[in-house]
Design a binder for this molecule. Sequence first.
Ligand code: RRO
Length: 294
Amino acid sequence: MRVFELEFPNPVLLASGVLGISSYLFKRIEKLGAGGIVTKSIGISPKKGYENPTIVELDYGFLNAMGLPNPGVDYFLEEIKDLSLKIPFIVSIFGKDSEEFVKIAKKLENYCDALELNLSCPHAESYGMAIGQDEKIVYKITKDVKKSVEIPVIVKLTPNVNDIVRIARSAENGGADGITAINTLKALAIDIDMEKPILKNVYGGLSGRCIKPVALRCVYDIYKNVKIPVIGVGGIASPEDAIEFIMCGASLVGIGSAARDLNVFKDISEGVENFLKKKKYTLKEIIGKATKNI
Ligand code: RRO
């Protein structure tokens, strides 16, 4: 499967933010059958993240406010400089403005296959969703990063906007090679015995099965309105979920919350392959199929 001029052995990727940033873990995810890896978001300098509790499991998904914990780009480069993978390795990055994004992007360019710009963390005011909700900022950051590196640049969008298509178009106009949809939904959970919000940060990002229909709607709308490939992320836990996303227009899918079971990559990619065999389709033939059968 060729997307962004990179060869993916299967369409099932590790989504950003899920399993840390150690080289050992990336090798392990490759062995477990992932078609590609997107790292936890990396910033310009080390960041401890928020105090606990930073994550809570709900009946229908997870709510997290980790607070962008990461070791900073220089330490991360030390960690990955000898990493050798056969699958595409995509580094997610965040910054407070386009200058910071460009600085980080340039440092990483020779050590990864593509960059994913995280413009969508739901609770990091000056780093995340606030910039990803503004189409002019999305355009500028995308354009500036694109101008400064040779590798593909993918933009990860927030669903916490009135019109995600407008934002996707800004990324496309800025020169993005692809769109990842979606990051988590801004949400809240209350501990009724403590009589206060569960997360230290109060607000968090909702992920898991409950956000799948929202993510599908976003992928569907983006696919119909932009030409660049889409990576679908949001509540995917089975081959059937992945096929729904592909039929809505995703060329690749990302696994986040469901990656607590590390067999998920093989299970989903084999399940998708079996479906295609049974229906006598190629993967390419079903991308966006549900948007045409109306
Ligand atoms: O680190 C986080 O708290 C976080 C990030 Br960067 C993100 O993009 N999405 C999310 O739900 N949490």
